[in-house]
Ligand binder design. Structure first.
Ligand SMILES: Cc1cc2nc3c(=O)[nH]c(=O)nc-3n(C[C@H](O)[C@H](O)[C@H](O)COP(=O)(O)O)c2cc1C
Length: 360
């Protein structure tokens, strides 16, 4: 299929804090300048249950952040449901968490985001022509503080240039598989993506709380792309389907959403050192598994067992915490043991991204 045969560019995108949104916008602009018909569909609006079949000859792009060394479940499940086609090309772009240390720009890690998506599209008969990671500033303020504006700006300037070069290349009908340069480190971290999918994401979902600065404007509820926030006792409550996309915490105009670091650490400590310890003493599970199974398998089974108990306890204690937050003293302890409470931690809202923005 020659480039002139491309009639349509359709991009499905998801973005928590605007990085993937900006990448989508840059690609759309290049395509529009070339007179290609462009459609950009946000996964927060798309018919996620039954995506439309792209017209024959289209170039279909999937643009999304990387979460836990994979695409976030919203994009990942969408790709799995995406219809089979005849004669369509596809490209995959994942924005990753880039850093800058001194003069050095450090990349993020894709894990299975690219490889697995390419495999899924290949099975669905797409001709994958582009696999490209874009290392924009990391927005994951659960685990590190937000960057200074000048750092964000210099990362942006560098990555925009590279993204435009990629866009020109694939719209010229050429291919670019830049993502494959990182294959070794991506394969090495691949097992973590499985743990993140089954456990990690629930763990992070249950770390958000609304402080007493919340004035019930309900913007977080309206903006959430997966409807994961509801009001319980007049206070936002994060359900387990939260993708931790960081939109709510970075966007809240009252800076009223925090990551409850203290609560999470205390829960992990209590469950690990008391509950699981007592449980093992009671049922002697570790010895039983080691007797029955080869060492590696029994250790893995125990790890999954521990993680399962931990997530279960975290979900239950999150409910309890939500109830206790109505008491001022509990609320203050939780808020002041949250790193996000302190100004030095910074938010990531450089792009002032809103879910209803349109990249076209
Ligand atoms: C929950 C979560 C998990 C993340 N995991 C990864 C990861 O595995 N690898 C990576 O390079 N970046 C990771 N990041 C960083 C984001 O992928 C990155 O900042 C991305 O550019 C954000 O795009 P967005 O602004 O469109 O949401 C993670 C961020 C979050 C919030």
């Amino acid at each position: 299929m020659k480039n002139r045969a491309i009639k349509n560019l359709i991009i499905y995108y998801f973005s928590g804090t605007g990085n993937a949104f900006n990448v989508t916008k840059w690609i759309c602009n290049v395509a529009k300048e070339r007179g290609i018909t462009v459609t950009a569909i946000s996964l927060s609006d798309a018919n996620r249950a039954k995506p439309d079949i792209p017209p024959e000859g289209s170039l279909v792009g999937f643009v999304s952040p990387t979460h836990g060394f994979n695409f976030p479940p919203l994009m990942f499940h969408f790709l799995l449901r995406f219809p089979k086609v005849k004669n369509c090309k596809a490209f995959i772009m994942n924005t990753r968490g880039g850093f800058k240390v001194g003069k050095f720009f450090l990349p993020g890690l894709s894990g299975i985001a690219q490889i697995f998506s390419a495999l899924v599209l290949w099975v669905k008969r797409y001709k994958v022509v582009g696999m490209y990671p874009v290392d924009l500033p990391s927005n994951w303020i659960s685990v590190h503080r937000g960057f200074k504006t000048e750092v964000i700006e210099s990362i942006y300037a560098r990555r925009k240039q590279q993204t435009l070069e990629f866009a020109n290349k694939i719209l010229n009908g050429r291919r670019n598989f830049r993502a494959l340069y990182d294959i070794i480190q991506d394969v090495l971290v691949a097992p973590i993506s499985i743990l993140y999918y089954f456990f990690g994401r629930y763990f992070f979902a249950k770390s958000f709380i609304a402080s007493s600065d919340c004035n019930n404007c309900n913007l977080c509820i309206k903006e959430c792309p997966v409807d994961a926030i509801k009001l319980v006792d007049n206070r936002p409550y994060w359900k387990h389907n939260c993708e931790s996309c960081m939109h709510c915490i970075n966007f809240c105009p009252h800076r009223a959403i925090e990551i409850a670091h203290g609560f999470v650490i205390a829960t992990v400590f209590l469950v690990d050192s008391f509950l699981i310890f007592q449980l093992y003493k009671l049922i002697n599970l570790d010895q039983l598994l080691i007797d029955l199974l080869p060492l590696f398998i029994s250790k893995t089974a125990l790890f999954f067992f521990d993680s399962f108990i931990l997530i279960g306890c975290l979900i239950l204690s999150y409910r309890l915490l939500h109830y206790l937050l109505r008491f001022k003293i509990v609320e203050r302890i939780i808020v002041y043991t949250s790193l996000t409470k302190y100004k030095f931690w910074r938010r990531y809202n450089y792009t002032k991204f809103r879910m209803n923005k349109n990249p076209l």
